[in-house]
Design a protein around this ligand. Structure first.
Ligand SMILES: [Zn+2]
Length: 296
């Protein structure tokens, strides 16, 4: 169900209120996709807090669950009938599904489909929501900043530093599904609004050197719930972005041996000891390359 914004129509005589009421009854059928990560949840400030094998992890897996729960509640209040949640950090087994509302399905683990953090997204969804996202490799916005893997120094797409947010934004739009909401560190929220003027964001923390500064986690979850609700009540079609028709991907590895190995991917060119470049017309080919380069 795709909505358009209602405005007062002098000719027909319909008031805004009447048209919005009609929209609200349609909202009851929304199908929503949520992709969730952990390195951008409220207050997170150390790699141990993202690592299932460490004692510090539990508290932040719980916060990830609570932020997803808040997004589900906001979406349900806005009229979501069905919500799919992709647990998209590391093992893909972080969220406690029993704490989420009953109208949710969860994707745990990784299928190895090139859509990755957006696995199972398709045109049957009305909108996407991204929770716990973080700044990209080489960014100062989060001390846990990275893009997909620690083996990359940086990745650029069409000259812009690539974040997991941008990968998910393009993947969702490839299926015609607008991304209406993003939460994560302040850096990724700022970057998100540059790519999508109408996306709603909630910043969970601000990275300063090797520290994270943030508001109270309960306040953050309340803001997520309210802003997801508002995002879905807005004209979600305004969050559809134009996809580029050409993709130049530049990958700078930390180790020269990784650049050499991956230079053998079809179409890939090695341009320096540590850097490879791929130029393709279809975004899916970018995603396909990532699957093989990352060696999922
Ligand atoms: Zn992660």
């Amino acid at each position: 169900m795709k909505r358009t914004f209602a405005t007062f129509d002098k000719a027909s005589g319909f008031s805004c209120r009447e048209i919005q009421n009609a929209d609200e009854s349609e909202d009851e059928n929304m199908k929503i996709y949520i992709s969730a990560d952990i390195e951008g949840v409220a207050g997170i400030a150390h790699w141990n807090e993202c690592d299932k094998s460490k004692a510090d992890y539990k508290e932040f897996a719980k916060q990830m669950t609570l932020e997803v729960k808040a997004a589900c509640e906001g979406a349900t209040e806005a009229g979501a009938r069905e919500i799919w949640v992709n647990d998209a950090h590391d093992s893909g087994r972080n969220i406690d599904h029993s704490l989420l509302p009953k109208n949710t399905k969860i994707i745990r683990g990784w299928s190895k489909h090139p859509y990755g953090m957006m696995q199972e997204i398709d045109s049957s969804f009305d909108a996407s929501i991204l929770i716990g996202y973080h700044s990209y490799s080489s960014s100062a916005g989060n001390l846990l900043a990275h893009t997909m893997s620690g083996q990359f120094q940086s990745i650029k797409i069409n000259g812009m530093l690539l974040s997991e947010f941008l990968i998910s934004l393009y993947t969702s739009n490839l299926e015609g599904v607008p991304v209406v909401f993003l939460s994560g560190d302040e850096g990724i929220c700022d970057s998100g609004r540059k790519f999508s003027n109408n996306i709603k964001t909630v910043a969970t923390l601000k990275g300063v050197g090797e520290s994270a500064i943030g508001e109270h986690p309960v306040k953050i979850t309340e803001e997520i719930k309210e802003n997801v609700r508002l995002a879905l009540k807005n004209d979600i079609s305004k969050c559809i972005i134009n996809m580029p028709n050409f993709y130049k991907v530049e990958i700078e590895f930390k180790k020269p041996s990784n650049a050499y190995r991956n230079s053998f991917y079809p179409g890939m060119k090695q341009v320096s000891d540590t850097k490879v470049v791929l130029e393709v017309k279809e975004y899916f080919e970018v995603l396909r390359m990532f699957v093989f380069i990352l060696g999922f």
